[in-house]
Ligand binder design. Structure first.
Ligand SMILES: Cc1ncc(COP(=O)(O)O)c(C=O)c1O
Length: 449
């Protein structure tokens, strides 16, 4: 028998609960603040755009939350996802490290995003909502929500960040195939879009403002967010729970766990169950040097969107109206990050690193040429960090066990690969001056330690 490459679970192993890390975090959770009054935002602030089922999950202090049966059944379409041992990459790197990756690209939309799109569509349908509005950066979230809405009979309206809309026409085709309507953001359909028309490439922050505005004005329409919020991170914990079982099958425990961070959901989904299980692994977050929220941002209350319609959240931020340069990892072009993850970075539990676009594509191509899968540009950041860990293990002569999250495939990101392979891919500079200007416009809010 050759040594195993894949560690596979059966459908009976799809988790029955999500792991809620909120009660495990150090100190009292910092509340979101109402954007107008600056007072702690309660469930009443959220009911115009979210159903009560999700609001309850957002504030729950229960250590585990049961996954509804309908959601478990829908997860069964593609879960459990495989865990691989990257034997060929290890050989190419000539490293004694053992590299494992949890692959979420087997979902219908090609990434981890349906893990939360499904329960979000389910709770909204249960609450009698007819339609969901959302933003999408890379197109992965928009297509996941379009897919989930099609399963639960909901309409879906997607504001797609302008630069991604231009780079990824087939992501738009996927969304339309699942029945969604797609607008290039900034659009002229909303006040928020019109006010930001000078930023033609758009940003996640602008697209969020547009979708929130649409949802807030229509009682039959709610808003859905693909990252950042507690309930989104909660839903993604199916990833880490499965990975724990699969690492056990492999007879290994990770020394280091690596993931990419845009808003923090795939990363949290992988690592939260390991933190709950008191894993001693080092935890490394990889982000783009062009949008270095965790490595260069300030820890402060800020809005989740550009215009300031969402509650203020305690997070590392580059400033809500900072417009990051248009890198291909559109899902990582966000000015802030999940408050739960930011708290862990602040507490020193998670280490953050930033990588330039060309370095991440070099890692992605090396991965594709050894392991076969063409990664999305977002997890290419995690691959870059995992390779760095494997090289450090080689230098130290250490049998380090590395686990990373391969949260999506790049089959619709080939324009980015074309640019890299033809030597035309840029490394857009992060502008310190633009960040300083955006930070000067942070909302007034209590300082956080
Ligand atoms: C493939 C992929 N990875 C990562 C991300 C970043 O989001 P998060 O940090 O919430 O996982 C996105 C977001 O769109 C994505 O599409």
């Amino acid at each position: 028998m050759p040594e195993p490459t894949k560690f596979l679970l059966t459908e009976a192993d799809v988790p029955s609960h999500w792991v809620n890390l909120l009660p495990d975090l150090p100190g009292e959770p910092l509340p979101p603040l109402n954007p107008r009054t600056g007072e702690p935002a309660g469930p009443g602030d959220l009911t115009p755009i979210f159903p009560m089922g999700l609001i309850e999950q957002e504030v729950s202090m229960e250590p585990e939350v049961e996954i509804p049966e309908e959601v478990q059944r829908a997860y069964g379409l593609w879960r459990p996802t495989p865990l691989y041992r990257a034997r060929r990459l290890e050989a190419a790197l000539n490293t004694p490290a053992k590299i494992f990756y949890k692959y979420e690209g087997t979902s219908p939309a090609g990434s981890h995003k349906p893990n939360t799109a499904i329960p979000q569509a389910y709770e909204n349908a249960r609450a009698g909502i007819q339609r969901l509005a959302t933003e999408t950066g890379a197109g992965q979230w928009g297509s996941s929500l379009a897919f989930a809405c099609s399963l639960f009979g909901l309409g879906c309206e997607v504001f797609m960040v302008g630069s991604s809309y231009d780079q990824k026409p087939y992501r738009r085709s996927m969304m339309q195939t699942w029945g969604a309507t797609v607008h290039r953001s900034p659009s002229d359909r909303t006040e928020s879009g019109r006010s930001q028309s000078s930023h033609d490439t758009g940003s996640l922050g602008i697209a969020i403002s547009e979708a929130v505005e649409v949802a807030a004005q229509d009682p039959d329409c709610n808003y859905a967010l693909g990252s950042v919020l507690n309930h989104v991170l909660l839903h993604q914990t199916v990833i880490g729970q499965e990975a724990i079982l699969q690492m056990e099958m492999a007879g290994e425990e990770p020394d280091v766990i690596v993931g990419c961070v845009g808003g923090g959901s795939n990363f949290a989904g992988l690592m939260f169950p390991f933190l709950r299980a008191k894993s001693g692994a080092r935890i490394v977050a990889a982000e783009p040097a062009a949008c270095p929220t965790l490595t260069r941002g300030v820890y402060h209350y800020d809005y989740g969107d550009t215009v300031g319609l969402t509650p203020m959240m305690p997070m590392y931020t580059l400033g809500h109206d900072f417009v990051p340069p248009p890198v291909h990892a559109g899902g990582l072009r966000y000015h802030g990050d999940a408050p739960m993850l930011c708290g862990l970075v602040k507490a020193g539990v998670v280490e953050a690193r930033a990588y330039k676009q060309n370095d991440t594509f070099a890692a992605a191509v090396q991965f594709a040429r050894t392991e076969g899968i063409i990664p999305a540009p977002e997890p290419a950041h995690a691959i870059r960090a995992a390779i760095e860990e494997a090289e450090a293990a080689r230098e130290a002569g250490e049998e380090r066990v590395i686990l990373f999250g391969l949260c999506g495939h790049g089959n619709f990101d080939l324009a980015a690969y074309d640019a890299y392979l033809s030597g035309e891919l840029q490394d857009p500079e992060f502008s310190e001056a633009d960040m300083e200007a955006a930070l000067a416009r942070l909302p007034e809010a209590p300082a956080i330690a």
